[in-house]
Write a protein that binds this ligand. Sequence first.
Ligand SMILES: [Zn+2]
Length: 267
Amino acid sequence: MLKSAVFKPIAAISFLMLANAAQVCAFTCDAGYRFSFGKTVDGTLIDFAYSGARGPEHWASLAPKGKWAMCDEGERQAPIAISPRGAIAAQIGIDFHYSQDIHFVDHSDALGADHGGGNYIVIDGTRYDLIQIHYHQPAETILNGHTYPLELHLVHRSAAGVLAVVGVFIEKGRADKGILSLPGNPRLAAEPVIIKASSLLPARRSFFRFNGSLTTPGCDQPVLFNVMEHPIQMSSEQIAAFACGIENSARPVQKLNRRFVLYGAKP
Ligand SMILES: [Zn+2]
């Protein structure tokens, strides 16, 4: 169903990269800086990590009263390893309405109306508003055995409270012109990053869809998970900026169990 050629990185780095590189100031991630992962449960902030005693295999027991039990017990967890050959071609789509600039403050930041509100997607007639973006380094979703350097998660929510995540792989290449500023040193929280939302999507919009979950505690499910087949590109400096402090923040892939992965080819 899928041609192998689509998984090859786009080769040539043109003079455009040099031109774009001049638009952003130099970024250096402070050695030792680590973003603090945590979520509030019943008014208490609970830290979690990607290794050690608070790592993924312990997430379910970190919160009281089994509030994060789904991390162990959920049967439709994300991320997963996607095998394109095993995906079922279907008449499915996502209508993107990304017209507003995003002011990205840090990896846990909610996108309020004053910085990024107004972007939304429509799936099967239902509108899902973009409420948060964050990155994982390396990518969490494994596609055709390949792990990309970075994966962006665009988190959306419908009026009824249903979550829909769009995952976008990022590979090293040309600078993304839609990233209008990079964070100041040392951390993303210091200054907001301004991004044209539409620049976070690949030109070719084919994607994989499955029933999944949040990939962070409490691993809530269901989440309508959509992973774009084609990556976008960023410069090394842009990738370094977004990965600053979140190195090794990928939850291991979860069992597929009795799930199908659908493939939507954009006509
Ligand atoms: Zn995520």
